[in-house]
Design a binder for this molecule. Structure first.
Ligand code: ATP
Length: 237
């Protein structure tokens, strides 16, 4: 579905991605793990058109999409749940969700998708008239995911969704990601919480200072001593 090949991205003189390559097959959950500053967010921001590649290619179903505007990529079915959620604090939960459907003109299907999002996240139904800023961190994460789902993505990209959330909420989030995937959404998950991410993912990539240094199934990476040492606190999974 998505093929990233030899992708390099820089912020002026700072090179954040160095010839990174990865592949996502339709129906997979793929994770990219790595330390702070490894280039994970840069990868997602480039795939969804916020940043331009310096070199390399990004192909969606065989078509080059590198450097295309975000609006175009949303229409093609790519949605990003950004790090830090970026919920609009002054807007209501409903208004935040409606924004996710901004580019859609299929009103009846949008209404069905809204109902589906509210079934997936009952707490959002309860709080639908409240402002986004009044939600807890976990609820804001649900809202950010719900907003992304309102664009009806085929590829959902999540940037550090577990950041700052209590362990029970992280578990709930894991179940939600698994359910969305089972319902047909391909998922690209970026996480510093490597254990959670590798348990959830079919396959993973390790990113270190902008380079892909390892790849394998989630189970294989969890069992890899070098991954355990660097990303799992040295403990056997
Ligand atoms: P984090 O988990 O902290 O978000 P990350 O793996 O997502 O880390 P990136 O945010 O992609 O890493 O950052 C990769 C590199 O690019 C880092 O060296 C970072 O300092 C640099 N960088 C990121 N954003 C910018 C920016 N707007 N301007 C300049 N340098 C940046």
């Amino acid at each position: 579905m998505l093929e990233v090949a030899d992708l390099s991205v820089a912020y002026g003189p700072i090179v954040a991605l160095r010839q990174a390559s990865l592949v996502l097959e339709e129906g997979e959950i793929v994770t990219v793990i790595g330390a702070n500053g490894a280039g994970k967010s840069t990868l997602l921001r480039t795939i969804c058109g916020i940043l331009r590649p310096r070199s390399g290619s990004i192909r969606l179903e065989g078509q080059e999409i590198g450097g295309r505007p975000s609006s175009d990529l949303v229409r093609r079915g790519i949605a990003l749940v950004p790090e830090g959620r970026h919920v609009f604090a002054e807007m209501t939960v409903r208004e935040n969700l409606d924004l996710g459907a901004y580019y859609r003109r299929d009103g009846a299907a949008v209404a069905r998708d809204l109902e589906h999002v509210l079934e997936t996240f009952p707490i959002l139904r309860e709080k639908i008239r409240l402002s986004g800023g009044g939600l807890s961190g976990g609820q804001q994460q649900m809202l950010a995911i719900g907003r992304a789902l309102m664009s009806r993505p085929r590829l959902l990209m999540l940037d550090e969704p577990s950041l700052g959330l209590a362990p029970a909420i992280v578990q709930q989030l894991g179940r939600i990601i698994r359910d969305l995937n089972a319902a047909g959404t391909t998922v690209l998950l970026v996480e510093q919480n490597a254990r959670m991410a590798l348990r959830l993912a079919h396959r993973g990539y390790v990113l270190a200072t902008g380079r892909v240094t390892r790849t394998g199934t989630g189970a294989a990476l969890l069992a890899d001593p070098a991954v355990q040492e660097s990303y799992l606190g040295g403990l056997a999974a």
